[in-house]
Design a protein around this ligand. Structure first.
Ligand code: AMP
Ligand code: GLY
Length: 425
């Protein structure tokens, strides 16, 4: 098979790494890719959002499968366009990617179908939104309806903070069209987990679970980020809880989307809050693999990923089983100092060659580029994902941090406490 992976982050590097191991693969392309992906695939200089150029490339190369990493091209209809040219593409069509593309849609769907999620209301008018916040009190959560590059959610501790978020979105256009409507919802107490399922329109096959670390600094302090580290499995997600999430959240969603004429295919990533009573509630849906959760998942996947992606596209997941390693995979994100705020690009990263021969250790590249002189340079906020697989979370964490010690990149930083919730308590 000829496969094109769309995207250029750590998630896409992990997907390319898994796909490259498939005996079914003839040729692997990635658009736009990065310096790490370039060691596994032919990188093509096309942006993940450039739908016309991606379709033209896939037609020209007679690609058999397009695997879309990030949400923006899914919401914009990349899969629809590929399919209209007879090209198989993994991921939801635009009408189904709306599960991530519109939080208001997602909440209304849950409401119509009895799927457990935080109580909410929708607003386009700032005064009405503020009145609702005054009535409900704080803490309360204010969310931009549309895609806002991970910045659209404010967990407000006070009504004043919530009102500022409302002002920013509705009066000052902080998120453009994505913030023209707000979802304001109940603050949920509990512990968060990332739950993944592969979906073929009808059947949902649970994948492994994971936990991420959203805040920038140790002890879950500092600003929200795209994710600073992840591990799988997450002890919180017992088999019983995973089945409950499938029964109460994932399967009803897949059925609801089909019933409403928006058949869902691809990965469905449920951000779940597990309350003090043990009950799972849906925080948000993402229509793609999590980043960096995907990096940990791919290290644990013992089966061939490629036929699983094809089965999801072709509607034959029912006959598929996947094997997962019982070991724990843990991924630590190395980010440029300053991330998620302003940071410098272009600093040199040295020493990765010291890590190439270590078993069960992969350095996935998130934001890197190779210079003409052969040097490796940082090219983004999140830059490397050092991922280790070991018998338990303690040893995976030791292995990942030992590898980080050998990387020479003074301009980077990482959290030192990835996996803390999973350590023996
Ligand atoms: P997002 O940017 O959509 O990933 O959301 C950022 C974070 O906000 C989530 O990972 C949660 O930690 C938090 N969050 C979102 N909704 C709620 C809620 N209803 N209650 C508590 N925390 C929430
Ligand atoms: N790691 C969180 C996300 O991918 O949205």
């Amino acid at each position: 098979m000829k496969v094109l992976v769309v995207g250029g982050g750590g998630r896409e590097h992990a997907l390319c790494w898994a796909i490259a191991a498939s005996p079914l693969l003839d040729a692997l392309f990635c658009a736009p890719g990065n310096a790490g992906i370039a060691e596994l695939a032919t990188c093509v200089d096309i942006a993940a959002e450039d739908i016309d150029a991606l379709v033209a490339f896939a037609r020209e190369q007679q690609i058999d499968l397009v695997v879309v990493g990030p949400e923006a091209p899914l919401v914009a209809g990349l899969v629809d366009r590929m399919e209209s040219h007879g090209i198989r593409a993994f991921g939801p069509r635009s009408e189904a990617a709306i599960l991530e593309g519109s939080k208001a849609f997602m909440k209304d769907l849950c409401d119509r179908h009895g799927i457990p999620t935080a109580a909410y209301a929708r607003f386009r008018d700032a005064e009405a939104a503020k009145a609702y916040v005054r009535e409900q009190g704080a803490p309360i959560v204010v969310k931009a309806d549309g895609l806002a590059a991970g910045k659209g959610v404010t967990v407000a501790q006070t009504p004043t903070e919530a009102e500022a978020a409302i002002e920013a979105a509705l009066s000052e256009d902080a998120f453009g069209a994505a913030g023209a409507e707000l979802v304001i919802e109940e603050f949920l107490e509990g512990e968060e987990a990332s739950f993944f399922a592969l979906v073929d329109g009808v059947t949902a096959l649970p994948l492994a679970g994971a936990q991420d670390h959203k805040r920038a600094f140790d002890g879950d302090a500092g600003p929200n980020t795209g994710g600073m580290g992840a591990y799988s499995p997450a002890p919180l997600l017992s088999d019983a809880l995973a089945e409950r999430i499938m029964a109460e959240i994932v399967r009803p969603t897949v059925a609801a989307m089909k019933a409403e004429g928006r058949q869902y295919k691809g990965v469905l990533y449920a951000g779940v809050m597990v309350g003090p009573d043990g009950a799972p509630k849906l925080l948000e849906y993402n229509v793609r693999f999590g980043d960096p959760e995907c990096q940990a998942l791919m290290m644990r996947l013992d089966s061939d990923l490629l036929p699983a992606l094809v089965a999801a596209c072709d509607g034959v997941l029912e006959s598929l089983t996947l094997r997962w390693s019982d070991k724990t995979a843990l991924s630590v994100v190395l980010a440029a100092k300053g991330y998620p705020g302003a940071y410098e690009k272009g600093s040199e990263i040295r020493g990765l060659e010291r890590l190439t021969d270590i078993p069960d250790l992969e350095v996935f590249h998130a934001g890197t580029r190779r210079e003409a002189d052969g040097s490796l340079r940082a090219a983004g906020g999140r830059v490397l994902n050092v991922t280790a697989l070991a018998d338990d979370v303690t040893s995976a964490r030791t292995a990942a941090y030992a590898a980080i010690e050998r990387i020479d990149w003074p301009e980077g930083f990482c959290r030192r406490d990835i996996g803390w919730r999973a350590l023996p308590r």
